[in-house]
Design a protein around this ligand. Structure first.
Ligand SMILES: [Zn+2]
Length: 363
């Protein structure tokens, strides 16, 4: 099954196509925008544009190369996605394991044509970066451009091995091999290492119109949705198709948990807050990380609300009473710190207790 089509982002496409035509395309691009808005899908579209046998402002979608890219089978397309940490002890074995884990993800995506965000604890470990280095050192199989996509580039693990991993990647981004293009994507460029950020040309993607989301969902979601169910799902997407695709139980639960925590924090010190902070421990770190992401997203939405912009996701009313977004931005910063600590070995329950107190202070 080919990948589901890229929806919207006409401005970004036109800018990229014009730059490509004028041979002005940067070798390192950092695509930013809300989760699920289509950043990696745009990167795949760009890959298609770069290798398409017909020179146009859009990839033709029909030629052999276009079809191979859409089948995720083009030899010079290397798509790196966050994966669980390889378990092997030997570094070479770890690289092999990373290659297999990524191949498994690609196989899944070939089967469904759609994908949900990675597990909260999946990352680009040192093994993935070494795999990237190895692949970058090869020559082009097809004799054309080579494209490296690094999805969720903020997931380069800031752990013990990170300086090495980061430096290896930096060298590559500083002097990309001729004929190669690197497309990194992230929800929040502030979470990408500044040294990486400074080497990339940014491209920001905006949320899609609800109508675009609705049309896409009606055409591509399995099992199909219609009527109120379709409306609800489109509303949940808040202009980002990936959010609607991922709106299964896990994603829904992360938002529910985030809302419960916010409600408890906003009720002030007392039994409700204490209860919330003494929740049974999270079974999986991934769930805890997903809750923190949902929390940051909800706070971000509230910050937009305080600026008079339309709020596209349910937000507790009390958050919208702030006169400026400043307290909400401080709260997002605290959540980001907890998110980073969650990468390490800090107990989620302790993190939650500290975060709850900090949020109560700030909000
Ligand atoms: Zn083509």
């Amino acid at each position: 099954m080919p990948l589901a089509p890229l929806i919207g982002h006409g401005d970004a496409r036109r800018r990229l196509a014009r730059a490509h035509r004028g041979d002005r395309l940067p070798q390192v691009l950092l695509v930013t925008g809300p989760s699920g808005v289509g950043k990696q899908r745009l990167a795949l579209w760009l890959a298609q544009l770069l290798v398409c046998e017909q020179a146009g402002l859009d990839p033709c979608g029909e030629c052999r190369r276009c079809r191979l890219v859409m089948g995720l089978s083009y030899a010079d397309l290397h798509w790196f996605v966050p994966i669980p940490r390889p378990k092997a002890g030997d570094p070479d074995k770890q690289v092999e394991e990373a290659a297999e884990l990524i191949a498994d993800v690609m196989e899944e995506r070939r089967g469904s044509g759609l994908w949900a965000p990675p597990d909260g604890m999946a990352s680009h470990s040192m093994a993935s970066v070494r795999l990237l280095q190895r692949r970058a050192s090869l020559t082009s199989v097809e004799g054309g451009a080579r494209i490296f996509i690094i999805g969720d580039a903020d997931r380069l693990v800031p752990q013990e091995s990170s300086p090495e991993a980061a430096n290896a990647l930096l060298k590559l981004l500083e002097e990309p091999p001729p004929g190669s293009m690197f497309v990194l994507t992230t929800v929040d460029p502030r979470r990408v290492l500044p040294t990486i950020r400074s080497r990339a040309v940014p491209l920001r993607l905006a949320r899609l119109a609800d109508q675009e989301v609705r049309e896409f969902l009606a055409a591509h979601l399995q099992p199909p949705l219609a009527g109120t169910a379709l409306e609800e799902r489109a509303a949940l997407a808040a202009g980002a198709i990936g959010q609607a695709v991922a709106a299964d139980e896990t994603a829904g639960q992360a938002y529910i948990a985030a809302h419960e925590l916010l409600a408890a924090v906003l009720s002030g010190p007392g039994p409700a807050l204490e209860r919330a902070l003494r929740q049974p421990p999270y079974q999986a770190r991934g769930e805890f990380a997903a809750m923190l992401d949902a929390l940051a997203d909800t706070l971000g939405e509230a910050a937009r609300g305080t600026l008079g912009q339309p709020v596209r996701r349910p937000v507790p009313d009390a958050l919208l009473r702030h006169r400026s977004p400043a307290p909400l931005l401080r709260a997002i910063e605290r959540v980001g710190q907890a998110r980073e600590a969650a990468w390490g070995n800090v107990n989620p329950q302790i993190l939650l207790a500290v975060l709850g107190e900090e949020l109560a202070e700030v909000l």
